[in-house]
Design a protein around this ligand. Structure first.
Ligand code: ATP
Ligand code: MG
Length: 395
């Protein structure tokens, strides 16, 4: 875990040699202290963006107005952000202006939770003015400073609290919880994209039932797209073994349980990508089918292994049935046909053999042939298929 910091250490050293301060901050330091895996390190510095660009050859302006410069160093990219304070929040979201400051203390002060307001220098010394380490130890999420102020400055922090509950299994500190409960309506000022970003992380987390519980208990759900009247659906959701369900499975079961008439617009209102929406909707209709009948090998051919396994997992969890994953995997391995492009014949063969004009029948026959191959009635070979068609008097 220390390795990423070690690799980045020369970057901090170069900034220091130029006469500035530089520290690791935020999520990477928190996760390091928690002994959780880290995929990138965030760096904060007293140097201004322009000064960072003078120190390093290869830089990319990724968010210069927020003070962030991307530095390329030995094949890696590092986000380096100038110490800043955010003043005069308007309508509970974006700060009116970002002010660059030269002091680390001021930068840590603007951060959301104590566990996220810890800095570490390149030698591993910890700077922790808000007792973030103690809160990590006690598994508690506490705002930096007055919770009321911090949530009304930026209401997204309430969603962030819920997603950290889901990721870490921590509890909210008393005053933080109470302010959150009180300020939930401020969430309506936050853009859906930002809510979605945190909600997706919540649905990925190992303690997602706790994250969802917090959303229900505090009333945050009332300010999330399409959930205002869905308290019951959410409560039911929490009673399932959410831990065993993936993000996409959670979306399927959530959408399936809602009272909404139009699942498509519910998902669209969340601004989910079209591809993901399609997959979720396919899952919901396959779940309906699964409720009525058991799996057949052809389902794997028709819907694909991934969707079938997603639906089977939801079905087994919500109906308390044994998961048939093992059988489905074996079936899938043994499928004599994996996809239509592997079919030994084409529509053209059918036209030639039958000497009939094209029409919807071609597609119907192709489907009948696929079914026969999957069920083992006929081999996926041109001649066998032709013989089979004759024997069915289809030719
Ligand atoms: P993750 O591991 O998911 O990236 P993270 O804590 O790094 O978690 P980011 O969204 O990457 O979360 O933010 C990086 C840091 O910036 C946080 O640790 C926190 O110090 C600060 N931060 C992010 N969003 C806010 C916010 N809305 N208000 C105050 N500080 C914030
Ligand atoms: Mg991060």
């Amino acid at each position: 875990n220390w390795q990423l910091f070690e690799e980045a250490s020369p970057v901090l050293e170069k900034i220091e040699e130029a006469g500035f301060e530089a520290y690791f901050v935020g999520g990477s330091v928190r996760d390091y202290l928690l002994k959780r895996p880290i995929d990138d390190v965030d760096i904060a510095t007293s140097a201004l963006p322009e000064e960072i660009k003078e120190i390093f050859h290869k830089t990319i302006d990724v968010g210069i107005e927020h003070g962030t410069v991307l530095v390329r160093w030995q094949g890696e990219s590092y986000e380096i952000t100038t110490f800043r304070t955010e003043s005069e929040y308007e309508d509970f979201r974006h700060p009116n202006e970002v002010t660059f400051v030269r002091s680390l203390q001021d930068d840590l002060k603007r951060r959301d939770f104590t566990m996220n307001a810890i800095a570490m220098d390149r030698k591993g010394n910890i700077i922790d003015p808000y007792n973030g380490q103690r809160d990590i130890q006690n598994e508690i999420i506490t705002t930096v400073g007055c919770a009321k102020e911090r949530f009304s400055e930026d209401a997204l922090r309430m969603m962030r609290a819920a997603r950290f509950v889901s990721q870490l299994g921590f509890q909210l500190q008393e005053a933080t919880y109470q302010s959150l409960e009180k300020y939930t309506p401020l969430l309506k000022h936050i853009a859906v994209e930002r809510k979605l970003n945190e909600f997706e992380k919540l649905l990925d987390g190992p303690f997602k039932h706790r994250g969802l519980q917090l959303i229900v208990q505090t009333g945050l759900y009332r300010f999330l797209p399409g959930l205002l009247y869905e308290k019951e659906a959410l409560q039911t959701l929490i009673t399932f073994e959410c831990t065993k369900m993936t993000n996409i499975q959670m979306w399927m079961i959530l959408t399936d349980r809602l009272q909404v008439e139009e699942p498509t617009s519910f998902l669209k209102n969340w601004r989910l990508p079209t591809k993901k929406i399609k997959y979720i909707l396919n899952g919901i209709s396959l779940l309906e089918k699964r409720k009525k009948e058991s799996w057949k090998p052809f389902d794997l051919y028709e819907y694909g292994l991934s969707l079938v396994l997603d639906v089977e997992n939801i079905y087994s969890i919500t109906f308390g049935k044994k998961n048939e994953k093992g059988k489905l995997l074996t079936w899938n391995d043994e499928l004599p046909l994996k996809s239509r492009k592997d079919l030994a014949i084409t529509g053209n063969d059918l036209l030639n053999w039958s000497r009939m004009n094209g029409g919807p029948w071609v597609k119907e026959w192709i489907e009948a042939i696929e079914k026969a191959i999957i069920s083992g009635e006929v081999k996926n070979e041109k001649e066998s298929i032709r013989e089979w068609l004759k024997s069915c008097k289809r030719m």
